[in-house]
Design a protein around this ligand. Structure first.
Ligand SMILES: [Zn+2]
Length: 369
């Protein structure tokens, strides 16, 4: 009897035990959808599943040494992956169409760059640009290679499956209606509502839970060599990827968010605008990173008023101390919505981020004063 064992963080172990049991009983479905928050290790689980399914070990799977195991975590094995690409990357030629010795980049090379990043850190949440998508060409490039008589197991991981456009979704749906033998599809998504219902209904859903605070602390420490503050844990919400994403600038952005909220409430804009100018906020993605921290702080003030435990236990009490009289819940709810609007404006590149932030500071408590 072959034993299957999948290893991962204890808070996700129940999910892995269930999946390992279905492999042992030979009833693992040919299409699964791993869903959960960004940065909690969905792709790490996908790789482990691919490993265990492709493994040819006689006693224990995954054995870690056979060809199947090795290929499941090989950055060169691009044919086992579907990763969203930017349109110029997706339009690149296939390596078979490029003459020998040509310096032209191929679609496989672009995929490989992302695959390397994923294998190096499967928790990362910012390895793709917002414009990347899975086009029908990407789906066709692997369905074209399927044969109906697969002798060996083949696993295809479709990362960020919600980034499939409509024609790609329809093409995949056709394949999912009749999956070739010995073939497995492992889809991952952190926004399943953007996936076609017909695709979801053809996959077994695996709901991966977030990690515990202790696990986030340990993983981030192991991967980035930093200790995780209580505030960073609050920003992370059980996601290693989120913690790693915020970590390099977390303290700086928390301080700025605190100053932003206090100055905006008191109408003291001159020093605020001066310190915003010093920061790197002209860059829209940094500006929006800052606004996310600011929205956490405002939401936390609301949590404090409502008596719910704080997510930023270090920064939020400083705000409450600095303000003798707090506006009411309604004013903070309005402020939170205004921040969300500004995030969309900046993401849509409609105005410069500094101008948007300045007008946000002025608007934030306009109604209150
Ligand atoms: Zn193996």
């Amino acid at each position: 009897m072959i034993e299957y064992e999948l290893n991962g963080p204890p808070s996700q172990q129940r999910t892995r035990i269930r999946l390992a049991a279905s492999m042992k009983e030979n009833r693992f479905p040919q299409a699964v959808l791993i869903e959960g928050l960004p940065g909690i290790g969905k792709k790490a689980l996908a790789m482990e599943l691919a490993k265990a399914l492709s493994c040819t070990g006689a006693l224990q799977r995954p054995c870690g040494v056979c060809f199947g195991c090795k290929m499941s975590s090989d950055p060169g094995a691009v044919e086992n992956w579907v990763i969203p690409l930017e349109s110029k990357e997706a339009k690149a030629r296939k390596s078979s169409d490029v003459p020998e010795g040509s310096a032209a980049k191929t679609v496989e090379e672009f995929t490989q760059v992302y695959l390397k990043k994923i294998i190096e850190n499967p928790y990362s949440i910012d390895y793709l640009s917002a414009a990347s998508e899975i086009s029908i060409d990407i789906i066709r490039s692997f369905t074209g290679r399927f044969s109906l008589k697969n002798e060996t197991v083949r696993c295809v991981i479709i990362a960020e499956a919600d980034r499939m456009n409509e024609s790609a979704s329809n093409a995949l749906l056709k394949t999912l209606e009749e999956v070739p033998p010995n073939t497995y599809f492992i889809l991952t998504t952190s926004s399943k509502e953007h996936l076609l219902q017909t695709i979801r209904s053809r996959c077994l859903s695996i709901n991966l839970p977030p990690l515990s605070s202790k696990e986030v602390r340990e993983k981030v420490n192991e991967m980035a060599g930093v200790s995780v503050s209580d505030d960073l844990l609050g920003l992370a919400q059980g996601s290693v990827g989120r913690a790693l994403y915020y970590e390099p600038r977390a303290q700086e952005l928390q301080d700025l968010a605190l100053e932003f909220l206090i100055s905006s409430l008191s109408g003291d804009y001159s020093s605020l605008f001066f310190s915003m100018d010093k920061e790197d906020l002209k860059d829209p993605s940094t500006a929006n990173l800052f606004l996310e921290v600011l929205s956490f702080l405002i939401a936390d003030v609301i949590r404090g008023i409502s008596g719910v435990p704080l997510r930023l236990p270090e920064t939020t009490p400083k705000f409450n101390e600095a303000c003798a009289t707090l506006p009411d819940l309604e004013a903070f709810t309005f402020a939170l919505n205004t921040v969300q609007d500004t995030i969309y404006r900046i993401a849509g590149r409609r105005t410069s981020s500094i101008v948007s932030l300045q007008s946000l500071a002025i608007k934030l408590f306009d109604g209150f004063r």
